[in-house]
Design a protein around this ligand. Structure first.
Ligand code: NAG
Ligand code: NAG
Ligand code: NAG
Length: 491
């Protein structure tokens, strides 16, 4: 249906700390792209106000550059996962009546009950994590229900901490959003539901039934279900853009807002990930994700509801110190030069004669380990394997800064015995939201995302496995965790 429209454009917004925006046309060609960075001067309410302000700056500048918002048929967005925003009693009334003459951050000043909204880096909730696991019968049981054992950064534990430290702030809160649903709420001028996928990053959602888990909610804070509101499929149309945007920017009243989701899930859409693919993002933090059919949650890693197909799932591993450790090794062993680093990798035999090393300068997320652990070829001591059942006929899609380094990609290819592709976009999450926006318009007719984005560029093959790499003994282990950290230590 969307292709019958004249000149439709699709717009998406993304992220905080910086806000990226992309608009694509019917041929999926990017017709507008912008990137606005965080303004350090913004006041007390941290990223909540930053985001409001960034949205205003971005849309104002699109308008002054002549972007015609009346052509936008739908848009969606993504935000960092796990972070939460606390709307104060009465905020929904304020949201409903936004005056188009003023910027969002001025209009919403009185809307928040917690000034320091937690973000994903927060890891101060160990006490709450332990008590949540205990309340539901243990870590594995919690993982079976919600897709993950209790994690410090997950929203439920963050909420539990706010409740225990500032019960009065919690009580004054009428609605809790995650970052993505917060941003969607701004565009609807009404509270947006949380999508299944981002909801799975909270330790609160039953990922199979896609309903809040009463046991988990009760373990975190009283009256939580009401404050969280409903959850919806990630491709749902939430409603039309609110009058504020119609009047201030000239959006069409028919422009649809498709559920916002998390940044990694949005990347899955942007990379057009298919069953059997593994996506690896080599950035400040490294993430690995894949499309799976049947969730088998383990104590390490996470299973989320799939952001583009409500019947499927998405597995995710996150290593918070990816690039930082690669850079340290480069500095220590390769005189700070990526060229030297690549040379060292090139002249090392596949498997490094069985010498392995794992480098965790600070305590990691996956596995929860710290220190430098090296093993020689005689030492068979290895960490538990998991997720091995997911090792598919595989294609690896690499993104992120380090994906420009062909030698690192070669190691990945050898470790997984799979070809490695890259995708020519630094903005896979942003683009993913634009694709999701188009998909949202037709999702109810059970058209798949893959069908609507057929025209999008295909990934580019960069390296294939070195002959015989799969015969190298230490690769047989194939735990993602082991394989993944292997890339730090080939020399
Ligand atoms: C935007 O497009 C509409 C319909 O094509 C047109 O009527 C309108 O004048 C355009 N607005 C601007 C500001 O160019
Ligand atoms: C978790 O689920 C698996 C099967 O999916 C089951 O074998 C196991 O007993 C469950 N563990 C707990 C603690 O609920
Ligand atoms: C590891 O990552 C955390 C979270 O991003 C960051 O605060 C910390 O500085 C990093 N540590 C090192 C040694 O790079």
């Amino acid at each position: 249906a969307y292709s019958r429209q004249k000149r439709p454009t699709f717009l998406c917004t993304f992220d905080f700390f910086q806000l990226k925006v992309i608009a694509i046309d019917e041929q999926l060609t990017v017709i507008y792209e912008d990137n606005v960075h965080f303004d350090k001067d913004l006041p007390e309410f941290g990223y909540v106000f930053e985001l409001c302000s960034l949205i205003t700056i971005t849309l104002d500048s699109m308008k002054s550059s002549g972007f015609n918002f009346s052509h936008v048929r739908a848009f969606s967005g993504a935000g960092q996962q796990h972070g939460s925003v606390y709307w104060k009693e009465g905020a929904s009334q304020i949201l409903k009546n936004l005056s188009p003459d003023l910027p969002l951050h001025q209009l919403l000043k009185a809307c928040f009950s917690v000034s320091d909204s937690p973000v994903w880096m927060d890891s101060s909730t160990t006490t709450q994590c332990l008590s949540l696991e205990k309340a539901v019968g243990g870590a594995q049981h919690l993982a079976n229900i919600t897709g993950s054992r209790a994690c410090e950064r997950f929203t439920g534990n963050q909420i539990a901490k706010i409740y225990s430290q500032n019960p009065e702030f919690y009580m004054q809160t009428e609605r809790i959003s995650v970052v993505s649903s917060f941003a969607a709420s701004l565009f609807l001028s009404a509270y947006a539901p949380i999508d299944y996928c981002d909801g799975s990053g909270m330790n609160l959602l039953q990922i199979r039934d896609k309903i809040w888990s009463t046991a988990c909610l009760n373990a975190c804070a009283p009256g939580l279900e009401e404050k969280l509101g409903p959850v919806v499929p990630s491709s749902s149309v939430l409603g039309s853009v609110s009058p504020y945007y119609i009047q201030r920017y000239g959006f069409s009243p028919d422009c649809k807002v498709v559920a916002f989701t998390g940044d990694n899930p949005a990347s899955l859409a942007g990379m057009k990930l298919e069953e059997g693919d593994i996506a690896i993002s080599l950035g400040t933090s490294d993430t690995l994700f894949l499309w799976i059919k049947e969730p088998v949650p383990a104590l390490e890693g996470h299973i989320f509801c799939n952001p583009v197909d409500s019947r499927a799932y998405m597995a995710l591993l996150c290593f918070k110190n990816g690039s930082l450790i690669r850079e340290r090794i480069r500095d220590d062993c390769a005189s700070g030069s990526w060229d030297e680093f690549s040379k060292a990798l090139k002249c090392t035999v596949v498997g490094n004669n069985g010498n392995l090393g794992f480098y965790f300068d600070v305590i990691e997320i996956t596995p929860e380990a710290v220190g430098i652990h090296r093993f020689n070829s005689d030492n068979n001591k290895v960490v538990v394997t998991y997720l091995t059942h997911c090792m598919p006929r595989t294609r690896i899609l690499a993104t992120g800064g380090a994906s420009y380094n062909k030698e690192i990609l070669q190691v990945l290819s050898d470790v997984f015995s799979a070809p490695v592709y890259t995708i020519d976009t630094a903005n896979s999450a942003c683009l993913g939201c634009a694709y999701r926006a188009i998909h949202g318009l037709v999702a109810e007719t059970s058209v798949s995302l893959g069908d609507v984005v057929k025209l999008a560029p295909e990934p580019r093959l960069v390296v294939t496995p070195t002959a015989g790499a799969d015969q190298v003994s230490s690769f047989g282990i194939s735990s993602f965790s082991i394989s993944f950290h292997f890339i730090f230590c080939m020399f």
